[in-house]
Design a protein. Structure first.
Ligand code: DSN
Length: 426
């Protein structure tokens, strides 16, 4: 073994090791409320940091372009079979490196350049890869958009149908990054069938809720379902595609060699581990608690006088209209950050403010639910959010809240090696 191979990270690269230590403390002593984030288990971390990172495995199990893939085949088959079992799907491709690449592959499997697609407007909660002009999806294809209703702030399916009738898209894509309500999957499929479109549903945000039975499933309705694996699904940062046997070949070809070369076998191994966790009964309890926590957090914020977009939530996230109280989302994000509560600024539908200074913040419960927090903690956190927003210009008050936040976080350790109380950093 060379000397290089024997060094620990701290010895080999103190600068990176130090950043990692700070990030560990940040994750541990703050309240992570970004709706798209979560904490993986130690087992998932171990697989993600494993020596499978050394392996090339282009191709699929049993049909690889490299030797030495027998154990790569084992983990990929485990991941595929578990994904199919979780979602009741005929086919699963576990190779996409991310949700964006899963969407790019799904489009590539069924579209030609220049074809029309119909997705939810980013400004109304949609995603960049659903047709935004700066994304491959808006450059390579011809994007059209549906919206939420101005009054109810719910998806306007009549508008969606009218646009589909007029534009005859080849793909209708559902799914969102900031939509707190249930989707009408059956209606979308009916509209897609009427105009001869392929119905793709990107369930990235809600996949864990779907898997845990806390949210209806798009899989029986959509021709293709895509997702990330690191949000509510609580796996490593990556992607997944599900479809029926009829589209399996096209999807596999679109992922490799269409969009990607060598798969990340260490991440596929971590996905297999995470999917194994999802199949355990405890995951159902977890998924239900995410939604219960979001509902309590929402009603507590409403009691504190905050307006929630669409009036509440059916899933893991809340979109809070802070501008109604004269606060910009960017100011709210900054103040909450100083108080140890991490959220992100977010546009609300029909926002009159610009994207970098929008009217809302997005708050999610998946990560704190993983730490074991429940309704009692959500009520407390809603109070802190209210206080921090009121006292947003008072750094001393925000620091006081941050200390209280860190005390609470210390009672819900992230990992076993963080179980001994961590000194709250000054
Ligand atoms: N960037 C993700 C989110 O935060 O919702 C979507 O991919």
């Amino acid at each position: 073994m060379t000397d290089r191979m024997a060094l620990s990270l701290a010895q080999a690269d103190p600068a990176v090791a130090e950043a990692l230590d700070h990030e560990t403390l940040r994750q541990h002593e703050g309240l992570e409320m970004i709706a798209s984030e979560n904490f993986v288990s130690e087992a998932v971390l171990e697989a993600a940091g494993s020596i499978f990172t050394n392996k090339y495995a282009e191709g699929y199990p049993g049909r690889r372009y490299y030797g030495g893939c027998e154990f790569s085949d084992v983990v990929e088959n485990l991941a595929r079979d578990r994904a199919k079992q979780i979602f009741g799907s005929e086919h699963a491709n576990v190779q996409p490196h991310s949700g964006s690449q899963a969407n790019a592959s799904a489009f590539m499997a069924v579209l030609q350049a220049g074809d029309t697609i119909l997705g939810l407007d980013l400004a109304h909660g949609g995603h960049l890869t659903h047709g935004h002009k700066l994304s491959f999806s808006g450059k390579l294809y011809r994007p059209t958009f549906y919206h939420v209703d101005r009054k109810t702030e719910l998806i306007d399916y009549d508008e969606l149908e009218a646009i589909a009738d007029r534009e005859k898209p080849k793909v209708i894509i559902g799914g969102a990054s900031a939509y707190p309500r249930l989707w009408d999957f059956a209606r979308m499929r009916q509209i897609a069938d009427k105009v001869g479109a392929v119905y793709i549903f990107d369930m990235a945000h809600i996949a864990g809720l779907v898997a845990g039975g806390a949210h209806p499933s798009p899989v029986p309705h959509a021709h293709i379902t895509t997702t990330t694996t690191h949000k509510t699904l609580r796996g490593p940062r990556s992607g997944l595609i599900l479809c029926g046997e009829g589209l399996a070949k096209e999807i596999d070809k679109a992922v490799f060699p269409g969009q990607q070369g060598g798969p990340l076998v260490h991440i596929i191994a971590a996905k297999a581990v995470a999917f194994g966790e999802v199949l355990r009964p405890e995951f159902k309890t977890y998924a239900a608690q995410i939604v219960a926590n979001a509902k309590v957090l929402g009603t507590s914020l409403q009691e504190a006088g905050y307006r929630l977009v669409s009036g509440g939530t059916d899933n893991h996230l809340l979109l809070v209209d802070v501008f109604e109280k004269g606060i910009l989302g960017s100011e709210a994000e900054l103040a909450l950050g100083k108080a140890g509560i991490t959220v992100n600024k977010n546009a609300i539908p029909y926002d009159t403010n610009p994207p970098l200074k929008p009217s809302g913040i997005r708050i999610g419960t998946p990560a704190l639910t993983t730490r074991g927090m429940r309704e009692t903690e959500m009520r407390l956190i809603a109070q802190w959010i209210g206080k921090a927003l009121e006292q947003r210009n008072d750094d001393v008050a925000l620091e006081r809240i941050r200390q209280e936040v860190a005390e609470l976080a210390n009672r819900f350790p992230l990992y076993a090696w963080l179980r001994a109380p961590v000194a709250v950093s000054a």
